[in-house]
Design a protein around this ligand. Structure first.
Ligand code: SAH
Ligand code: SF4
Length: 383
């Protein structure tokens, strides 16, 4: 099998070129053809020596994932469904805004974390994507969009690892993909404009800070361990105090001076004023150690199997008001691409439940969610 050049960051490509008996700087030229120009045919790479092109034809190829569908929303959002084989598929979403173009990228087929409110989580884990499979979402989208919008300049200015999967549970494939995004010979994205979103894989946050410190978003969703254990099962392994201490340490290396905390607003579950107050207390404790953050409240995108509902606007505003009053910058995320199911947590692909996670979540649902660590009041969310 020949190597897919989308599997390499620049350093990896240099090693590959050396293996072909070529000088390292050839890798830079090749990297630019592939990522900046979107080329996959070696014969079109005119400034590469003919001998190198011949070697590449024998030993390498450039291949993006096959596309199963492409959907255009009224608001300009575009969603692609990519085939990753064996009946699995992953999604990427382009979200245009006045001052930026954001691509939401997937890192895994399915997800092993199994968050109760996430449709990817409900489908269980199928497999990790390779670097090429992660990067080809950006490679394809960028060059497709340039043609589609008839533009020669870069279209995608921001990447968020907020598609399907937990990126920090696919660390070894993620990091080269991030490096290619940041590389000036690749996509040249600023570290501030590449965001890894995590449900809180603490040891991998430490490694990311050392290896490739990009902007970090942490999916919080609950102000205490009891509630968060139930919503984000990974919390049982890495509880809130440990997670928030790691967030504080991450800031020493981070390109931005704050962590974004994502908080999905679930009606009657985590959206009450008392939760907001508890959240303020929790963050204040860590702020005294140096934690700086912003909150992004995400309206829940409901799907039937979750048994959960979206908080109403007034509740979201009340919750936001408590955080704002405490001095935290807080935004409420706009939902985009509603007509094509492109919003957070709706990315479903076609992943089969091979791990029985749907059953586990169904069992979890049978256990009512506790509202508050110290309050034995039980709320069964609208079933
Ligand atoms: N696994 C990573 C990144 C992918 S999920 C993480 O959990 O952070 C990206 C974001 O979408 C997370 O903040 C996640 O909590 C949120 N999300 C998942 N399901 C959702 C849903 N149904 N409605 C709204 N947001 C959701
Ligand atoms: Fe996985 Fe993130 Fe979905 Fe949780 S919210 S199941 S970590 S993709």
């Amino acid at each position: 099998m020949t190597a897919n050049l989308l599997d390499f960051d620049l350093e990896g490509l240099a090693v590959f070129c050396e293996g072909l008996g070529e000088k390292r700087f050839r890798a830079t030229q090749l990297f630019r053809w592939v990522h900046q120009r979107g080329m996959s045919n070696f014969d079109d790479m005119s400034d590469l020596a003919k001998s190198l092109r011949e070697k590449l034809k024998v030993h390498a190829h450039v291949a993006a994932l096959p596309i199963l569908s492409q959907q255009f929303s009224k608001d300009g959002t575009i969603k692609w469904l990519f085939d990753v084989g064996a009946g699995d598929a992953v999604e990427a979403v382009f979200i245009p805004e006045d001052d930026r173009g954001t691509l939401c990228v997937s890192s895994q087929a399915g997800c092993a974390v199994g968050c109760r409110f996430c449709s990817t989580g409900h489908q269980g884990f199928s497999r990790n994507l390779s670097t090429a499979e992660i990067l080809s979402q950006l490679w394809f989208a960028e060059h497709f969009l340039r043609k589609h919008l008839n533009q020669t300049d870069r279209v995608i200015s921001n990447v968020v690892m907020m598609g399907m999967g937990e990126p920090l549970q696919n660390y070894s494939a993620l990091v080269p993909a991030l490096k290619a995004m940041l590389d000036d010979h690749g996509y040249g994205l600023s570290r501030r404009r590449v965001t890894v979103s995590t449900s809180g894989v603490v040891p991998m946050m430490t490694r990311l800070a050392a290896d490739c410190p990009v902007a970090l978003a942490v999916s919080l969703h609950g102000p205490n361990d009891t509630l968060r254990d139930n919503l984000v099962p990974l919390n049982r392994k890495y509880p809130l105090d440990e997670l928030l201490s790691e967030c504080t340490r991450y800031l020493e290396k981070a390109p931005r001076d704050f962590i974004t905390f994502e908080y999905c607003m679930l009606q009657g579950v985590n959206d009450q004023v008392m939760h907001a107050k508890e959240l303020v207390q929790l963050i204040r404790r860590h702020a005294s150690q140096g934690l700086r953050c912003k909150f992004n409240l995400i309206p829940f995108n409901p799907f039937k199997e979750s048994g959960l509902l979206r908080s109403d606007d007034a509740t979201v505003q009340q919750f936001a008001a408590v955080l704002l009053e405490a001095g935290f910058v807080t935004t409420v995320r706009k939902t985009r691409g509603d007509d094509i199911d492109a919003a957070c947590g709706q990315l479903a692909g076609d992943v089969k439940d091979r791990t029985g996670v749907a059953d586990r979540i169904a069992q979890q649902r049978a256990v009512p969610i506790q509202w508050h660590a110290s309050t034995p009041v039980i709320n069964t969310p609208l079933e």
